[in-house]
Write a protein that binds this ligand. Structure first.
Ligand code: SIN
Length: 283
């Protein structure tokens, strides 16, 4: 089956979720060489970041919990990676974020000069102490969408956190429909969840044990978000489904709800990149 995204023909419609197997240059090289579809980089900030203290990722019943804190090599390292792999740059999405609006604007200017196919702006990282998820603040989101629309002259989209109320789907899609986004990725990990081990201690140290959750337990939330957004977004805005994918059937469910491309996080972390080709082959 042939798949298209942003006008490009793809050999696979299954890809990694930002943050999984895409932080180091080695991970990215392996992903790019061994998968057939798109890949997305770890969300990049202006400067390299160590992220939160370890342990910061754990498997828990039903999936995973993480509080990574945006460890990444800094935007320039990912732009250089894309330049070095320019023959395959049409398969690479560059994920970006900023710890302040000013930082995000600066990162966006740099990202716009890269050879990446597109830019995914992460408005939904739940793991930075003291920093709210941008996409839960509609006023700031509206401002940012306008500013980013002025900066980007290449395709760009946003990665959203999950919403849980119809009014919020109405509000966010109204803003997105007025913006120049080409695509929307839904969803990032439901944030600030908490899991306790048998000894009643939290499994993730940073942020008092709170973190974003992933894996099969979030599939219903992800599907509902893809479906609600698809029904409200302008038809030209393409959708990437993300969240809870473990099997080829889960990929199909995302597509049935309106996703063209499907990202895999926790399950990729568990089994490695070969899983992406397997999932796409069996759809
Ligand atoms: C993290 O690095 O904390 C995860 C990033 C994200 O969920 O956006």
């Amino acid at each position: 089956m042939r798949h298209t995204f942003l006008g490009h023909q793809l050999k696979s419609h299954v890809m990694n979720a930002a943050g999984v197997h895409c932080t180091t240059l080695d991970e990215l090289s392996i992903l790019l060489k061994n998968t057939k579809g798109l890949i997305v980089t770890k969300t990049a900030t202006l400067h390299p970041r160590q992220g939160n203290i370890k342990p910061r990722y754990a498997e828990i019943p039903g999936g995973s919990i993480n509080s990574m804190g945006l460890p990444n090599l800094g935007i320039d390292a990912y732009i250089n990676f894309i330049t070095l792999n320019s023959m395959r740059a049409h398969r690479i999405i560059l994920s970006i974020a900023g710890l302040s609006l000013n930082e995000l604007i600066r990162v966006a200017h740099r990202a716009n000069c890269s050879k990446a196919l597109a830019i995914e702006v992460n408005l939904s990282c739940p793991n930075i102490d003291g920093k709210p998820q941008v996409a839960y603040d509609f006023q700031t989101t509206e401002y940012l969408l306008k500013q980013l629309g002025i900066i980007f002259d290449k395709p760009w989209g946003v990665k959203l956190p999950p919403y849980f109320d119809p009014i919020h789907f109405d509000q966010i899609t109204e803003l997105l429909n007025r913006s120049s986004v080409s695509f929307v990725t839904a969803i990032n990990s439901p944030g600030n969840a908490l899991w306790l081990d048998e000894d009643l201690k939290s499994v993730i140290v940073p942020k008092d044990g709170h973190g974003g959750i992933g894996g099969p337990m979030i599939l219903p939330i992800a599907l509902a978000n893809v479906s609600h957004l698809r029904k409200r977004l302008r038809p030209e805005i393409e959708m990437i489904g993300c969240g809870g994918v473990e099997t080829a059937l889960d990929v199909k469910k995302h597509m049935k709800c309106g996703a063209q491309i499907v990202q895999v996080g926790t399950t990729l972390m568990k089994y490695g990149p070969h899983l992406l080709n397997e999932l796409s082959a069996s759809v």
